[in-house]
Ligand binder design. Structure first.
Ligand code: MAN
Ligand code: CA
Ligand code: CA
Length: 493
C-alpha cells in the first residue's frame, strides 16, 4: 500500500512538473488527413491518400515532383479536406534543385478557401483567399534580391505582381537561398492566436531544429476551413528551370491550454491549491473504492492481505531449497577441512619417523644405516611401518577424493536441471556403498601393530583407526543428513 501511495505521489509530482513546464505551450495533435509523407506516399493507383495532385506534378513513393526541370511547367497538390482548426502548424519539407546558376520560378505553400489549381502564381490560382508563402527563385524585377521567401495574404481581391516579385504586396519576407542544398529545406508555418510565424530550415544541416524565423506577424486573420496546398512553376527560360520536389507536408492542430500563462512556467498559488484539493479528493475516492471493493469481494481482499503478510508457497519452497543447500555446502567444507587436517598430521608423523631413522647417531659412515638392537626396532620394521603409513595416507587421499566427488555431484544437483530426486538418491546410495567398501577394507587389514619405539611417538593402527572411524562417522552423518534434506526437498519437485 505504501508503495502504491509513493507511486501516486510521484505521478502527481510529475504531472505538476510537466504541467508547470508546459503551462504556456499549446498542445499539438498530428492531423493525418491534412498530411503527407513518404515512404509509401502513393497508393497503387498513383493517388495520394487525402490529397489531390495535378498539372505536371508526378507523385512517387518518396516525394512529389511538383514540377520537373523543364520549361513552362506547373504542378500542384492540394488537401482534399479542409482544416477545421483555429490554431495550426504546418511543416513543408522540399528540395528545389537545378543545374542553372539561377532557377525559376519557385514554389508556393497555400492555405486558402479554395483549392487554387492551375494558375499564374507559382502554379497556383491568383486572387486567392487566404495565405500564400512563396519561395521565389527568379529575380523578375532585377533587384538582385532573389531567391527570396515572402508571405502574402489575400482576401480574394489582389492580383500577384509577378514582374515585381510581389515586392509591395508582401506581409513580410527574408532573403534566403533555398536551391541545391545538401539536405531538404523546411518551412514551418505556425498560426496560433492570430499570430503568423514563418520559420525556415535552410537545408545546410540535418538537424531538425535548425530553424530561423523569417516572418512573424500578429493580428492576422486567416479564414477557417481552408485547404492546404503546394504548387510550383518553371518559366520560359530554358537555362533556369528547377525540379521542385515536395518531400512531406505535416500538419498539427494546436489547442490553447486551459489555464492562463504563468510567468517562468510556475504554477500559480490558486492553481496549486486547486490541484492539491483535486488530489486529496482523488485520493479519498481511491481509498473509498478500495474499501468498497474489499467489502464486495471479501475473498479477494483476504487473498490480497494474506499475500502481503505471508510468503507464498513458491517463495517458501525456494527459501527451503536455498537453506538446505547452504547447509550441505557448510558440512562439505567442514569435512574437507578435517580430511586436510588428517593428511597433514599423517605427513608430519611420516617426516618425524624419517628424521629419526636418518639421525647420525644411528648411522656409521660408509655403512648402511642400522638401528641399534637396544631400540628394539629393526630396519625392516621401520620400512614396513612406513609402507603401512603410506597406505593409510593413500586411503585418506581416496576419502578426500570421494568427498570432493560428493561435493561436485552435489553442486551439479544444485545446478539447472540437476534436480532429479531419483538420480540424487541413487548417487547417495552409490556413495554410501563406496564408503562402506572403504570402511570394510580398512577394518579387514591385519593389525600390524607398532613396534615398540623409544619415545613412544609412533602412530599406532589403533590411533589411525580412531581417526578413520571419526572420519567415517562424519561421512555417514553427512549422508544421513543429506538424505533427510533430499527427502525434504523432494516434496517440492
Ligand atoms: C520568362 C517568363 C517569366 C519567368 C522567367 C523565369 O522570363 O516566363 O514569367 O519568370 O522566364 O522562368
Ligand atoms: Ca520571381
Ligand atoms: Ca526580385
Amino acid at each position: 500500500m505504501a508503495v502504491g501511495m509513493d507511486v501516486v505521489l510521484a505521478g502527481c509530482t510529475l504531472i505538476f512538473a510537466v504541467y508547470s513546464v508546459t503551462a504556456e505551450l499549446p498542445r499539438k495533435k498530428f492531423e493525418y488527413k491534412l498530411s503527407l509523407k513518404g515512404p509509401h506516399l502513393i497508393q497503387s493507383d498513383g493517388s495520394i491518400p487525402f490529397w489531390t495532385h495535378g498539372g505536371n506534378a508526378i507523385a512517387s513513393d518518396q516525394s512529389i515532383r511538383v514540377t520537373p526541370s523543364l520549361r513552362s511547367q506547373k504542378g500542384w497538390v492540394w488537401s482534399k479536406n479542409t482544416n477545421p482548426h483555429e490554431h495550426w502548424e504546418v511543416e513543408a519539407t522540399f528540395r528545389i534543385s537545378g543545374r542553372g546558376r539561377v532557377g525559376a520560378d519557385g514554389l508556393a505553400i497555400w492555405y486558402t478557401t479554395q483549392q487554387g489549381m492551375d494558375g499564374p502564381v507559382f502554379g497556383g490560382k491568383d486572387q486567392w483567399n487566404g495565405l500564400g508563402v512563396f519561395f521565389d527563385s527568379f529575380d523578375n524585377d532585377g533587384q538582385h534580391n532573389n531567391p527570396y521567401v515572402m508571405v502574402m495574404l489575400n482576401d480574394g481581391t489582389k492580383q500577384y505582381d509577378h514582374n515585381s516579385d510581389g515586392q509591395h504586396q508582401q506581409l513580410g519576407g527574408c532573403l534566403r537561398d533555398f536551391r541545391n542544398k545538401p539536405f531538404p529545406v523546411k518551412a514551418k508555418i505556425e498560426y496560433y492566436k492570430n499570430a503568423l510565424t514563418l520559420s525556415i530550415h535552410n537545408g545546410m544541416t540535418n538537424n531538425k531544429d535548425d530553424y530561423e524565423i523569417c516572418v512573424r506577424a500578429e493580428n492576422v486573420n486567416l479564414p477557417r476551413n481552408g485547404y492546404f496546398g503546394v504548387s510550383a512553376a518553371t518559366g520560359g527560360l530554358a537555362g533556369a528551370v528547377d525540379d521542385h520536389d515536395l518531400v512531406s507536408f505535416i500538419t498539427h492542430s494546436m489547442t490553447v491550454p486551459v489555464t492562463g500563462a504563468q510567468p517562468e512556467g510556475k504554477v500559480s498559488p490558486e492553481d496549486k491549491k486547486k490541484f492539491e484539493t483535486e488530489f486529496d479528493e482523488y485520493w479519498e475516492k481511491l481509498q473509498k473504492a478500495q474499501e468498497e471493493y474489499k467489502q464486495q469481494h471479501p475473498d479477494k481482499a483476504r487473498e490480497m492481505e494474506e499475500s502481503q503478510a505471508y510468503e507464498g508457497a513458491y517463495e517458501r519452497e525456494l527459501r527451503m531449497i536455498f537453506e538446505g543447500q547452504n547447509g550441505i555446502h557448510r558440512v562439505m567444507n567442514e569435512l574437507h577441512r578435517k580430511v586436510d587436517e588428517l593428511i597433514g598430521r599423517q605427513a608430519s608423523i611420516e617426516s618425524q619417523l624419517s628424521a629419526r631413522v636418518g639421525t647420525p647417531q644411528y648411522q656409521q659412515q660408509g655403512q648402511p644405516a642400522q638401528l641399534p638392537a637396544s631400540d628394539g626396532m629393526r630396519r625392516h620394521e621401520v620400512d614396513s611401518l612406513l609402507n603401512s603409513q603410506r597406505d593409510v595416507s593413500n586411503m585418506i587421499n581416496d576419502v578426500k577424493f570421494l568427498v570432493s566427488d560428493i561435493q561436485k555431484r552435489s553442486a551439479q544437483a544444485q545446478g539447472p536441471g540437476g534436480g532429479d530426486p531419483f538420480a540424487s538418491q541413487q548417487l547417495l546410495h552409490q556413495i554410501r556403498d563406496n564408503m562402506n567398501e572403504l570402511k570394510t577394507d580398512l577394518l579387514s587389514r591385519p593389525n600390524q601393530g607398532c613396534p615398540p619405539v623409544q619415545g613412544g611417538s609412533c602412530l599406532t593402527p589403533a590411533y589411525f583407526f580412531i581417526f578413520m572411524g571419526a572420519q567415517l562417522a562424519m561421512m555417514i552423518g553427512y549422508i544421513v543428513y543429506r538424505n533427510s534434506k533430499e527427502a525434504a526437498a523432494k516434496k517440492f519437485y
